[in-house]
Design a protein around this ligand. Sequence first.
Ligand SMILES: *Cc1c(COP(=O)(O)O)cnc(C)c1O
Length: 340
Amino acid sequence: MFASDNTAPAHPAILAALTQANEGIAPSYGADTWTARAEALLREAFETDCAVLLVPTGTAANALALAALTPPWGAVITHRIAHIVVDEGGAPEFYTGGAKLLLVDGPSAKITPAALDAEAARYSRAVVHGAQPFAVSISQVTESGAVYAPAEIAALAGVCRARGLKLHMDGARFANALEAARCTPAEMSWKAGVDVLSFGATKNGALAAEAIVCFGGAGAEVMPHLRKRAGHLFSKHRYLAAQIAGYLEGGLWRDLARHANAKAAQLAGVLRDAGAETIHPVDANMIFARLAPAQAGALRAAGAAFHPSAVDGAGAYRFVCSWATTDAEIARAAQALSAA
Ligand SMILES: *Cc1c(COP(=O)(O)O)cnc(C)c1O
């Protein structure tokens, strides 16, 4: 409990969708009705005629998205602790054919327009010696648990437009961010200037399914070929599609994210009541808190699992709540802390 949202099981409704999809024969490689349904639901949710490609992991979604937005001799500006930098084993560099990641700093793993502009200004198409920025990648929710407001995304997109860069959003926790920002999917993506979105589902109840969503045609022409070449075009595609359809149907994705965020707010309260300092804004379903060794030990003894934060100094830990986090788990944590 609390180690990550991908330690949670898959949601029963998504397993039920898979069972339903597991009936008879169906056309392969995405020509099936489940894929059409998943795409229609995404277009409805985003209120636009976006191109959609399903893949099984977030790393594949991010790396393929970036490969569509930058040539091998290009560069992607991103935050120093972004998932694409520290948690994807070089996949973005591999799939882009060697594009460089240019790293900027910013509070709570957010990129600021000023930092983005300053980094982009260091390179020019007229100077052959530097890597050429083609894209920017931001994480929503960020790796430190913060959520970009639509206006913050729009400000970054403004810099992107002025500098001729495409904007990619790593939305591994897009639903959690949406519930936090209380806006529409469109307002958090294409209306704010996002060109390509990695739309996560795995952490929030799916088994293994993510969607690459291309707005305004960005990357849409090359993406099918990049995905096939990368070995990520599933032949039994209905099983990816059924997960995404089940995830979106009836607003399940929003309900699950709302629950995860609410449990995180509750757990943050418990930690603060015990005197622990929360280090970053608890905007969505992740908490970063500094604990005394006795507190960390008591939580672990009570069955809690959580990782040290890699960037917030000694005694800082990350706690993540999911769609499956229960009140009993929060109560157990509270009990352990009050006894410590
Ligand atoms: C979990 C996560 C991903 C996806 O990771 P995979 O293990 O490849 O599915 C991408 N970005 C962020 C910010 C994440 O937290």
